[in-house]
Design a protein around this ligand. Structure first.
Ligand SMILES: [Zn+2]
Length: 208
């Protein structure tokens, strides 16, 4: 096993910290006093969609939750606690749910939807995690689609579904029901790996 990737990361961190201090000498001292990001990003764990890099953001700009296939399950305490903290404590104004093309999690669900009949008892942490997305795949008519069209359709349906789930969650329902609460908007975005661009798919707010 090579430790070179680890050494590379730590060296890059040192160089980065030095360059930040050179540009903005008090950046870290100010950063250490607290955070006030306006955005909560809920995205996929995929290494090719690093939210701060693809939006040229700085530490402190984006509160983040990422998991396989950018899921927001209504019984998932990890995602729910992030959303609750982001809205009630930090006061974020925008929640962005970001899916991406060629998502391995979505691909796995297309395969799982085919296999489910053959292996109904198969259960791993990943199949359990992706089970709602596999069910969503089974609800779509993909019979006329090519493999890449089917994948894009699943990624898009997944984004819409997770935005829907976020809008049904307690922190959003509570924020939208309170006219005095800070306004929160929920967005569904698609990131295209092949061109590095984000496309807006859906926007929801208290009036929608
Ligand atoms: Zn993904």
């Amino acid at each position: 096993m090579s430790h070179k990737p680890i050494r590379t990361l730590l060296n890059a961190n040192e160089e980065w910290a030095q360059s930040v201090i050179k540009d903005t000498p008090d950046f870290f001292a100010r950063s250490a006093t607290g955070q006030k990001p306006k955005i909560l990003w809920i995205g996929c764990s995929d290494s090719r969609v690093p939210e701060s890099v693809i939006t040229a953001s700085k530490p402190g700009d984006i509160f983040v939750h990422r998991n396989v296939a950018n899921q927001f399950h209504l019984h998932d305490d990890s995602a729910l606690s992030v959303l609750t903290f982001a809205i009630k404590e930090i006061g974020v104004e925008h929640v962005v749910l970001v899916g991406h093309t060629n998502c391995g999690g979505a691909m796995a669900c297309i395969e799982a939807a085919k296999d489910r009949a053959a292996n109904p008892g198969l259960s791993t942490p990943l199949t359990r995690w992706l089970s709602p997305l596999t069910a969503l795949v089974q609800s779509l008519d993909l019979s006329a689609c090519s493999a890449s069209e089917a994948l894009n359709k699943v990624v898009e349906a997944n984004i819409i579904k997770q935005v829907d789930n976020i809008c049904k969650s307690e922190p959003i329902i509570t924020a939208w029901a309170d006219p005095d609460a800070k306004k929160v908007t929920v967005h569904g975005w698609m990131y295209d790996l092949a061109v590095g661009r984000i496309t807006k798919l859906v926007v929801r707010d208290a009036q929608a």
